[in-house]
Structures are given as C-alpha cells and as structure tokens.
Design a protein around this ligand. Structure first.
Ligand code: ATP
Length: 225
C-alpha cells in the first residue's frame, strides 16, 4: 500500500523534490524579475526552480529574437543556484499553453511536487487560460503579490481562493490543487515601462542587470515600440 507522507522530513527522506516553475515573457528581463525571484527563493524552501521564458503568442508582435531573449535571461539569472532555464516554450513554433507544458514537466518529474509561480496580475487572468480548471486541479499555485493588483470581491480568482487557499506553505508539499499567496517586497518596474523608456532614448541602466543593459545597448534592441 502507498505510504502517506505526513511531514516535510518524510517528504525529504522519500527523496521528493519541490519544483517551482516560473514563466514570463521577460521582454526584457529586468531587475524587478530578478528581485522577485531572489525574494521568493529566500522566503520558501523549494529545491529547484524552472524558469520558463514564454514564446510570443501569434497575435503579439515579436520584439527581439528568441536566442537574444534566452541569452539575456541566462545573463540575469546566472548567479542563482538550482535554477534551470527551460527553453521548450520559447523555441516552439506553435503557441504554448501552460497546461500542456505542465503535463510534460509532470511526466519528466513523476515523483515530485510542482508549484506554478506567478504574479497576482497573471493570477487575475487565469480564467482565460487554456484548460484552466484542469490546470488549477493538477498543480499548486504560488501567487506573488504585486502593487496595483487586488482580487475583486466577486471575481473568479476570489472564488478559487475561497476553495483552495492555504496559509501554511508546508501544506503544498506532496499535494496539488492548492493556492498560497506570498507577500513579497513590492517592485513597481515592468518590462512595458522599460521598453517605452528605451524607445524614448531614456536611461534604463538602473533598471537592468549591467550585462543585460550592455547587450541591449550594443545590439540596439527595443529601439522601436
Ligand atoms: P510586461 O510589462 O511586458 O507585462 P512584466 O514586467 O509584467 O512584463 P513578465 O515577464 O510578464 O513581466 O512577468 C513574469 C512573471 O513575473 C509574471 O507572472 C508576473 O506576474 C510576475 N511579475 C513581474 N513583475 C512582478 C512584480 N513586480 N511583482 C510580482 N510579480 C511580478
């Protein structure tokens, strides 16, 4: 019979990992992203983080090429341990869906617990995601608070929280279908703002990792909005 794992110690002894998955358009990756990642890695004990740069959806204009984007993500996150930059979505020619990517990652890590990490802005739009009901049942969600994004009283997100929210992070281990909200230090910067500043020839050096900034400057990226 399958033994139910009760405590985090048992979870570790069973050699199970808690894997975080953090997707984003990273267009471009900025200090806010890096700070957000460092911040949640300090607050929660996940064993491995998969960073998943998203491909450009067909209805959106591609601003830089995939290889440049992957390069910038690698530069900005090279100092973080136990981190994998997963290129499967960005290298796909067809659109990617979080639910299908989740199924692949589950297959590759059948014994581990997966936690999909996203900012509150993304969570508020989850109702529009492909197969969102199955997605929410089959993975845990870690939601990062973000300035300016609140859950509306009668929203879909609020109903989800009523049904699935837990307040002890440890309960995520060896489970699925749970939601945990993590308060993190508020960071206002967005990629949209950075693209606007670059297009207006304004200085963005303080908002980007030094090498990311240099690469964008040398390659003349994001000059047009
Ligand atoms: P854009 O301005 O192009 O929408 P962005 O700055 O929001 O970009 P994304 O690449 O879409 O960046 O973000 C990746 C993930 O990080 C998303 O889940 C987003 O919600 C989250 N995120 C980004 N910035 C913050 C922040 N300041 N606080 C909390 N979460 C954030």
């Amino acid at each position: 019979m399958l033994k139910v794992i009760q405590t985090y110690e048992e979870f570790k002894i069973a050699n199970k990992k808690l894997i975080g998955i953090f997707g984003g358009t990273f267009d471009p990756i900025h200090k806010g992203h890096v700070q957000v990642i460092e911040n949640f890695l300090n607050l929660i004990d996940i064993d491995e983080l998969i960073v998943l740069p998203n491909g450009t959806p067909p209805h959106k204009e591609k601003r830089i090429n995939e290889l440049d984007k992957i390069k910038l993500v690698n530069i900005a996150l090279s100092h973080i341990n136990n981190l994998i930059i997963d290129e499967r979505e960005i290298k796909k020619r067809s659109p990617s869906y979080a639910y299908l990517t989740l199924k692949e990652i589950q297959k590759e890590n059948p014994n581990d617990t997966l936690v999909w990490i996203m900012g509150m802005d993304s969570f508020l739009e989850i109702e529009a995601w492909y197969e969102h009901e199955n997605f929410i049942e089959e993975v845990n969600l870690l939601i990062l608070e973000r300035p300016g994004y609140e859950v509306g009283e009668t929203s879909f997100a609020q109903n989800l929280l009523k049904a699935k929210r837990i307040t002890n992070f440890q309960e995520l281990k060896d489970s699925k279908g749970k939601i945990f909200i993590l308060p993190i230090d508020p960071i206002e910067v967005t990629s949209t703002k950075i693209r606007q500043l670059i297009a207006n020839n304004e200085d963005v050096s303080a908002l980007l990792d030094g090498d990311v900034y240099q690469f964008i400057k040398d390659q003349n990226l994001y000059k047009e909005q």
